[in-house]
Design a protein around this ligand. Structure first.
Ligand code: PGA
Ligand code: ZN
Length: 436
């Protein structure tokens, strides 16, 4: 229990080359905690906003005003506070910003500070962050089941396909290491197939292949071929996971698939996705309907909630209150937890806990703009029972998160891995039960 003595914000640069906020929290005994704010590109309308300076320099994305908030009012309010009192520290930050979306201080300023305080308390207790999180929040640590992108799309690949993330999960793997091996095989099999067909245009924002497909379904077909080329039977050890990010191509229940030049209403989109669930081994779908389409989300969950995991990202923006509301209404059965959507550690963990209390899945997630900060690997492991989404299987801002999990596994033991557990309530889980 050591007091915070100094807080310093500095400008660093993220994986897209944009400025972002790094914060150092120094304790009275000299211990240091450090964290960096990530940045999204397909952002929910109700998430904490990043404070950017605007103007012409650096594309208007400089963060000098956010840094001034860290070095001024936030530092003043936090100096002298107990670093292990994360709830108290986050409450002090929130007291400085009563706006709904943290537009006064900036979510980038608050999230980097809040996470840096968490790091300082872990370091002060001489514990790795995942252990500090588990001890502090009374959770059982376990390595998460990864969701890993193979192709990028949507806002992460010049909208070359409408769907944003084509991912795999390997719920049948016995260890985290095995997930990494299977992913390597499938990622490169997909690249080979695409290169052969002239469908490969590079690498998208999160490290997945940048595709040149003629339809969204061609992406699904190619993903199935890649899984097979890697020697796997789709739907056995490996399943497909999609982030539709429907708010990016729809408003008020009207959607437009630009690639196929197709206008749809909620019902059409639900039918199309339902057709995909019937035809492909899809076990998880994120944001299948837009953030402003609760009727659609409730109908989708009614029809498919007992077969697939349905994750709210833009739809729930890491907000415990919205999770409660959605659970009561019957929308979604899992939540994406992005610390910078909420803006503080406390609000993010409240969201995680609200989801788990409803027996929902909880997927701790990176943003498309990332850095060498690996806090989320520790958060998802420390909180336990979860899943982790960090993008693809190339580029160091992604690999740093997977690699950190491998280091954590050495300390934790490979038996503390949740494997397929988070998908127990899907068709994949039902199939495992039948086999027993
Ligand atoms: P973003 O999107 O980080 O670009 O906002 C990621 C996601 O939708 O999961
Ligand atoms: Zn998403």
């Amino acid at each position: 229990m050591t007091a915070i003595s100094e807080i310093k914000g500095r400008r660093v640069w993220d994986s897209r080359g944009h400025p972002t906020v790094e914060v150092d929290v120094r304790l009275e005994n000299g211990v240091l905690g450090r964290a960096i704010a990530p940045a999204g590109a397909s952002r929910g309308a109700r998430e904490a906003i990043d404070l950017r300076d605007g103007g012409t320099a650096l594309g208007g994305k400089d963060v000098q005003s956010a840094l001034a908030n860290v070095n001024g009012p936030i530092a003043n309010a936090l100096k002298g506070l107990n670093s292990t009192d994360q709830t108290g520290v986050d409450a002090a930050i929130l007291a400085l910003d009563l706006s709904p979306l943290k537009e006064t201080l900036g979510g980038n300023a608050t999230v980097a500070t809040s996470l840096a305080v968490l790091h300082s308390a872990g370091a002060d207790a001489k514990k790795p962050l995942w252990r500090h999180v588990a001890d502090h929040y009374g959770t059982a640590p376990a390595l998460p089941l990864p969701e890993i992108q193979i192709f990028g799309g949507g806002a992460h690949a010049g909208r070359r396909v409408d769907i944003q993330d084509f991912m795999i999960m390997v719920p049948g793997a016995a260890s985290f290491e095995e997930v990494m091996e299977v992913t390597n095989e499938i990622y490169f099999a997909a690249g080979d197939i695409m290169a052969q067909k002239g469908k490969l245009a590079g690498v998208a924002d999160e490290g997945g292949w940048w595709p040149v497909f003629d339809s969204n379904e061609e992406a699904l077909e190619t993903l199935v071929s890649a899984i097979e080329k890697a020697g796997e039977t789709p739907g056995e050890r490996v399943v497909i996971s999609l982030d539709i990010a429907a708010s990016e191509f729809g408003k008020s229940g009207k959607y437009n698939l630009a690639l196929e030049n197709r206008d749809m209403d909620s019902g059409d989109l639900i039918d199309m996705l339902g057709g995909w669930i019937d035809a492909y081994p899809i076990a998880s779908i994120e944001d299948p309907l837009g953030e402003d389409d609760p009727e659609g989300m409730i109908e989708f969950t009614r029809r498919f909630g007992n077969r697939v995991q349905i994750i709210g990202d833009d739809y729930l923006v890491t907000n415990a209150h919205l999770v409660e509301e959605a659970a009561t209404a019957g929308a979604c059965n899992a939540v994406l937890v992005k610390v910078n959507q909420a803006g503080t550690v406390t609000e993010s963990i409240d969201t995680f806990k609200a989801a788990r209390a409803r027996n929902w899945g909880a997927i701790v997630s990176a943003r498309s703009g990332e850095t060498e900060d690996a806090s989320i690997s520790h958060l998802s492991t420390g909180l336990g029972g979860g899943q982790l989404k960090v993008g693809s299987f190339t580029r160091s801002e992604r690999m740093v998160k997977w690699n950190e999990c491998l280091r954590i596994q050495e300390a934790l033991g490979s038996d503390k891995y949740v494997a397929g557990l988070p998908l127990a309530n899907t068709w994949w889980g039902a199939k495992q039960k039948e086999k027993q």
